[in-house]
Design a protein around this ligand. Structure first.
Ligand code: PNS
Length: 166
């Protein structure tokens, strides 16, 4: 924040689509960093059937954070640590919703540090009301016609409706 060097962080993920839980993590991060890349991965560690293309997910994140100049939405291929290093980001942000997230997150944090020893992973806890929320649940429930307006913001809702109908 007020250090000589700006603190640049990267928040990587699948974001298919970005939820209010992700947004909450990003906004908390902005309290302690100067710039934040929200980075959509072409290659996710846990492969899932996607709803939006990577390009669509980046566009959606841009719409969601249109009023926040410190946030930049990007897509990346290859290793997260390589992309982070290219962008001068030494802090990786991840959200921890519950203990069940912990093992996977710790494995990724440790592996990323093996790959680049200067990287630090910082975990944020989301607001309690989002602690059960995931993109996969949003995809499923929206696909079955459920109202997702409490869990995703307006640009995401519009894209879900356009993609799924209803
Ligand atoms: O939202 P997700 O799917 O849990 O995010 C996982 C993600 C994208 C952060 C992870 O799969 C990743 O970093 N992918 C990029 C490729 C990579 O660096 N893999 C090694 C991670 S230790």
């Amino acid at each position: 924040m007020s250090q000589a060097q700006p603190v640049i962080a990267i928040y990587p993920g699948s974001f298919d689509p970005i939820t209010r839980g992700h947004e909450d993590i990003a906004r908390r991060t902005l309290r302690v960093v100067d710039r934040l890349y929200i980075a959509v991965a072409y290659t996710a560690t846990q492969a899932k059937k996607s709803l939006f293309t990577v390009e669509e997910r980046v566009e959606i994140i841009r719409e969601v954070f249109a009023g926040e100049p410190r946030v930049e939405a990007v897509a990346f291929r290859g290793l997260l640590v390589d992309f982070a290093r290219e962008r001068g980001a030494r802090v990786v942000i991840r959200g921890l919703r519950a203990v069940s997230d912990f093992e996977y997150e710790l494995q990724m944090a440790q592996m990323n540090r093996e790959l680049w020893e200067e990287v630090e992973t910082v975990f944020f806890a989301p607001e309690l009301e989002y602690s059960f929320l995931s993109s996969s649940l949003v995809r499923e429930v929206a696909g079955l016609g459920g109202d997702m307006s409490r869990f995703v913001s307006a640009p995401v809702l519009a894209r879900l409706k356009a993609k799924l109908g209803g």
